[in-house]
Ligand binder design. Structure first.
Ligand code: ZN
Length: 329
């Protein structure tokens, strides 16, 4: 026996698949050196490929050349807005961007004039996620220079009716505690979190040029190499900088607390909590040592979520005086 759930809204949304969201849009500016320079400075990308007379634009800037800015896109058809109106009217009033995929077919160079078309590629069936129930909408933008397709940009959002939180109306003030936000694990950083599970802090190493990098990235910023292996951090480090968080409050944290930028002995830096001293004793230059801490122990047999293991850094006993005042309060 099976039950057929008729989702009238879903059927109506499906009719938008394949409809144009933008036709013959054009970039607000040609590909240009100033925007490339600003991007590289913001990203800390010093690759020589993006400067000089033979410069190309970083491939990941693809979307930057098509963004509408405050005055909006040219070429919009209204189909995307109609789809959003339907979803809003059905109570799916919240939106979250879930992921983006890009393909690069040839490099863009200063002077290239970009045009684009966008299509509503797919609307999912109704899905229930931790955020709520709604529909994933995937839009594909094809970016061209003249007749040539130079790249595609797929952008997926979830438009949903927010779920009522479990905590609402029950358990408040009875010792239930908000859980820490969970890391977003994806194919680029999965190895890092697998290491954490084994109580190892793994640093990525480019196998072409040997440069270490953290956080994990698909490619090397020094040479562009895509192959990598890992080295295990010794666990020694110093506080390179820190902030003390007072506001805004997050339910799983008790402000004030110190968030440190730790420079590992290997030379890369990692953001983590500094533990072992009160927040106002954290100083730049303090020696710290890695340890792994468990957070959010299961609160009973019905709690299927396991604890969260995170690398944190403990100030070494008796060494609190070694640092110097700094950071931003
Ligand atoms: Zn490299």
């Amino acid at each position: 026996m099976s039950t057929v759930v008729v989702d009238e809204l879903g059927a109506r949304l499906k009719t938008y698949e394949g409809r144009a969201a933008a036709v013959a849009g054009s970039g607000k500016d040609p590909v240009n050196e100033p925007m490339i320079r600003h991007w590289c400075e913001a990203m800390g990308d010093t690759s020589p490929a993006y400067a000089g007379p033979d410069a190309v634009a970083p491939p990941t800037m693809l979307q930057a050349w098509t963004m509408g800015g405050l005055s909006g896109h040219t070429g919009r058809t209204g189909a995307y807005d109609e789809l959003f109106d339907l979803l809003d009217a059905a109570g799916c009033t919240s939106v979250v961007a879930t992921d983006c995929e890009q393909e690069y077919l040839r490099p863009l160079r200063p002077g290239d004039e970009v045009t684009f078309d966008a299509v509503i590629e797919s609307v999912s069936d109704r899905k229930t996620t931790k955020l709520g129930t709604g529909y994933f909408v995937t839009t594909r933008m094809d970016v061209r220079v003249g007749p040539d397709l130079v790249g595609t940009h797929r952008f997926r959002i979830l438009k949903y009716a927010p779920a009522r939180r479990k905590e609402e109306g029950k358990g408040e003030g009875k010792g239930t505690r908000a859980r820490r936000p969970r890391p977003v694990v994806n194919r680029d950083n999965a190895g890092f979190w697998e290491g954490v599970e084994r109580r190892q802090l793994l640093i990525q190493r480019c196998t072409d040029c040997g440069t270490l990098r953290h956080p994990w990235l698909p490619g090397c910023n020094a040479c562009g190499g895509l192959d990598w292996d890992t080295v295990e951090a010794s666990g020694e480090g110093t506080v390179h900088s820190y902030v003390v968080m007072h506001h805004p409050p997050f339910p799983a944290f008790d402000p004030p607390y110190a968030v440190g930028l730790i420079e590992l002995a290997e030379g890369v830096r990692i953001v983590s909590n500094v533990v072992g001293v009160p927040f106002d004793k954290v100083r730049i230059g303090l020696p710290v040592r890695l340890e792994f801490r468990r957070y959010d122990e299961p609160q009973g047999p019905g709690d299927e979520d396991g604890p969260l293991v995170l690398p944190v850094f403990r100030v070494q006993e008796g060494r609190v005086q070694e640092g110097r005042e700094g950071g931003v309060g």
